[in-house]
Design a protein around this ligand. Structure first.
Ligand code: SF4
Length: 445
């Protein structure tokens, strides 16, 4: 709902995002729509007969990812109660956009817990086909409308920000501005379009290794900040001159197992249809997850990429799909957009991100790189393609982002081991031969 406002609060926009709604209806099929108490009261007071043909209770209590609340009801096929046969929203058609839940009007955007200067940051879900494809206008053109949505959101509940100092790794905790400096230097490196993506990625992970191995008790103060900038510039130059190279060794066994777990939990998507599923269906889903997890740990498992109908196995994707070239314009465009958007949106610093230490969170983000190559090959094989296209990479980004940051990888005792593995960010690049299919001396087999 649009309201009169005095001075709009300024937002920080994540870099590189573009959006134009494709009216595909996927968000109305796949995502649960949670309602605020005010929306529940408003919808209870309305007679829905003109919209739905009969009086209906349009919401129900359910839980999604362990969080209980009121959600819009779903039809038996799992789609939103209001999704029409033409993939358009009946609530929008009959009552106008302002009547729709805030969650619908906001998607695919989200407000993340604030930059160092306290301003909220606008990020977006790559599960949305338009965001993943990078279509449409830069999102900065939506600033005004997003500011209004933020005001509406904050009237219902304040935006949360993670407290500082932020734990960087087991030995270091830094202020938010210092962590943001590291993220900004990564963005600068990745956006340097004059160099191939493999070189930029290598410089990014080597820079993180140098920061984490340095004995900075704090990054505060001009001297420390200048030194971090000098690190980044030095690594950039050494990679460019070929003095720093990727590790020759393939991933260790624990690293391989971790990566396969990440792959397994990435491709197991709980859609909104599960909201109204009974105990039997939820239990069989859990058993299915367990069996699928074992298959992935063995190096196989089945994948259905978002936007593709056909399931393919990891083994088939690796054997039969065309190889993925990290240096190709398609891979470069997709992965640069994805990494830069998440780094500049400060996704990893938001309280909702389930890996609280910054370095393991970055390790998880960079492991998305080989994952996206493998998923793009699966998407290509699923459509019977002979070469990977932008659309295959968009399908891969949609799949990879679905559960990104939603799994508490570093919780508990096992989580400590995973945190240590994830904190070795450079290890993410060791999976490239296994996922991309290019011949390389160090293939994990
Ligand atoms: S209310 Fe409308 S926009 Fe929201 S999920 Fe349902 S059909 Fe989609």
């Amino acid at each position: 709902m649009t309201r009169a406002r005095s001075a709009p609060r300024r937002l920080v926009m994540a870099k590189g995002l573009r959006f134009q709604c494709r009216q595909c209806g996927d968000c109305c099929r796949d995502f649960p729509i949670s309602l605020s108490p005010a929306e529940v009261a408003r919808y209870d007071a309305r007679d829905w007969t003109p919209v739905l043909g009969q009086p209906e209770r349009v919401h129900e209590y359910s839980s999604h990812r362990g969080v209980g609340g009121q959600f819009l009801r779903r039809k038996p096929d799992g789609t939103c109660l209001f999704l029409g046969p033409d993939d358009l929203c009946e609530m929008h058609r009959h009552l106008g956009e302002a009547e729709k839940p805030l969650a619908c009007r906001l998607f695919p955007f989200s407000f993340l817990g604030g930059a160092a200067d306290g301003r909220p940051v606008v990020g977006a879900s790559f599960a949305c086909s338009a965001i993943a494809a990078g279509d449409g206008e830069p999102i900065v053109s939506r600033r005004r409308g997003l500011e209004e949505l933020l005001e509406e959101l904050e009237a219902a509940r304040p935006l949360a920000a993670r407290g500082t100092p932020l734990r960087f790794d087991p030995r270091h905790a830094y202020g938010r501005a210092e962590v943001e400096l590291v993220l900004d230097l990564l963005v600068k490196e990745l956006e340097d379009a004059g160099r191939p993506l493999p070189e930029r990625l290598l410089a990014a992970v080597k820079f993180l290794a140098l920061v984490s191995s340095s004995a900075f008790p704090s990054l505060e103060g001009d001297t420390a900040r200048k030194l971090v900038g000098t690190f980044a510039a030095g690594i950039h130059e050494q990679v460019q001159r070929g003095l720093l190279r990727p590790r020759a060794a393939g991933p260790s066994l624990p690293e391989r197992l971790l990566f396969r777990q990440v792959l397994a939990l990435t491709v197991r998507r709980d859609t909104a249809a599960l909201l109204s599923a009974g105990v039997v269906r939820r239990t069989s889903r859990r058993v299915g997850n367990l069996l699928a997890g074992l298959a992935f740990m063995a190096g196989n498992g089945a994948v259905t990429c978002v936007g593709r109908d056909r399931r393919v196995t990891v083994g088939d994707a690796r054997r039969r799909a065309p190889p993925a070239d990290l240096a190709s314009p398609e891979a470069d465009g997709a992965l640069t957009r994805y990494l830069v958007a998440h780094l500049s949106a400060r996704t990893l610093l938001d309280p909702s991100f389930q890996v609280p230490e910054v370095l393991p969170a970055l390790g998880l983000l960079f492991r998305q790189v080989p994952l996206v190559l493998l998923l793009a090959r699966a998407a290509c094989l699923a459509r019977g393609g002979e070469a990977l296209t932008r659309d295959d990479y968009a399908a891969a980004l949609r799949t990879a982002d679905w559960n990104f940051g939603r799994v508490p990888w570093t919780a508990g005792l096992v989580g400590r081991v995973r945190a240590r593995l994830l904190g070795d960010v450079e290890a993410s690049l060791a999976h490239l031969p296994w996922c991309g299919g290019a011949s390389a001396p160090a293939d994990e087999g």
